[in-house]
Design a protein around this ligand. Structure first.
Ligand SMILES: Cc1cc2nc3c(=O)[nH]c(=O)nc-3n(C[C@H](O)[C@H](O)[C@H](O)COP(=O)(O)O)c2cc1C
Length: 326
């Protein structure tokens, strides 16, 4: 099935994925102007009681700045942006955030940690599409039953709350019954891997951790440097820090005084994904990352990273032509 028009005509088939705390309007605008979908979690627009609504301010800025770019560059328009909603019962802001996104006609809605009919309806009602992230085929079927337009397969090795399945297995099982938009995530960090995701049966690559090491990302310099200096061996899969299994940088765990190779498991009933989610003080500097960061060698502007991905993707396609024709 053809991709919905909103996902066609990207410079390269990539969505910059939402990153808790880290994604901000600067990063999203840079991603979209450079030709890939940029996104942020709605909860990153943090607010205190009595303050103006930050989410609204962010959406206004992103919409207006991309509009200005499109008027000035009609031959090179920006890619659309996406907002991520955490659909977990602990997210007490969900209903209000949906209303704001509806008002601003957000074009792409990414939903995580729960599939809900009313979220999909709100997106469709303002002309948007929804992409739901899943870690197995059962959740994928549920998401489509509840009205999602597309799926994000979060395979092993992804940053944040990663799945445990091989991308080959996950994409193959989904493609047996689903021919709609399918994104793949998990350690995709160069142009060749983007092409590999397409060869496997996905339409688009969903890339997170590499964008932590960009100038625009809202992360401390140490975190960005750690991404640029480490690789897959330095990542550990643990449920300790949020109650859900995810991938983390071992050096950040060691610095907090724990042994990253001997971590206990945690109690999932303590999960909290509301805007007031707080980590124990000693965990503040436990940093999430996928396994793909070996490809990232330096901290740079997001546009330079996207230029590099685009050049590598073009090279990979040329190389593959030899194999396909050979
Ligand atoms: C530090 C960090 C924070 C994340 N926060 C979120 C989030 O708030 N919402 C979400 O849907 N996914 C979140 N993710 C997952 C990413 O959107 C995406 O699935 C993942 O980064 C893809 O794998 P990669 O990092 O190997 O590219 C996060 C990932 C990382 C590394």
């Amino acid at each position: 099935m053809a991709l919905p028009p909103i996902l066609q005509n990207l410079r390269i088939p990539v969505v910059g994925s939402p990153l808790f705390i880290i994604s901000n309007p600067d990063l999203v605008i840079a991603q979209c102007k450079a030709g890939i979908v940029g996104s942020f979690p709605a909860l990153n627009a943090r607010e205190k009681d009595g303050e103006p609504i930050m989410l609204e301010a962010w959406l206004k800025r992103i919409t207006e700045e991309l509009d200005r770019h499109n008027q000035a560059n009609p031959d090179n328009p920006a890619a659309p942006f996406a907002v991520n909603q955490i659909v977990h019962r602990s997210n007490t802001r969900l209903e209000r955030d949906l209303e704001i996104c509806h008002k601003w006609k957000v074009p792409i809605w990414i939903t995580s940690l729960g599939a809900r009919v009313e979220v999909n309806e709100a997106a469709h009602d303002c002309g948007g599409i929804t992409l739901h992230d899943i870690i197995n085929n059962t959740f994928a079927k549920k998401a489509i039953e509840k009205g999602a337009d597309g799926l994000i397969a979060v395979a092993a090795g992804a940053g944040g709350h990663a799945g445990a399945q091989s991308p080959f297995a996950l994409v193959s099982e989904i493609r047996e019954w689903f021919d709609g938009p399918l994104l793949l995530s998990g350690a995709i960090a160069n142009g060749r891997s983007i092409l590999a995701a397409q060869a496997m049966g996905a339409d688009l690559a969903y890339i997170g951790s590499p964008f932590i090491a960009t100038n625009e990302a809202n992360a401390v310099p140490d975190y960005k440097d750690m991404i640029a200096r480490h690789g897959a061996e330095d990542i550990v899969y643990s449920s300790l820090f949020t109650g859900v299994w995810g991938n983390y940088l071992k050096p950040s765990i060691a610095r907090a005084g724990m042994d990253p190779d001997n971590l206990p498991q945690s109690d999932p009933s303590t999960m909290n994904f509301g805007q007031d989610r707080e980590k124990p003080k000693s965990w503040k500097e436990i940093w999430g990352s996928g396994q793909g960061i070996g490809a990232i060698k330096k901290v740079q502007p997001a546009a330079d990273l996207i230029d590099a991905l685009a050049a590598q993707y073009a090279d990979a396609k040329n190389e593959m032509r030899g194999i396909v024709n050979g």
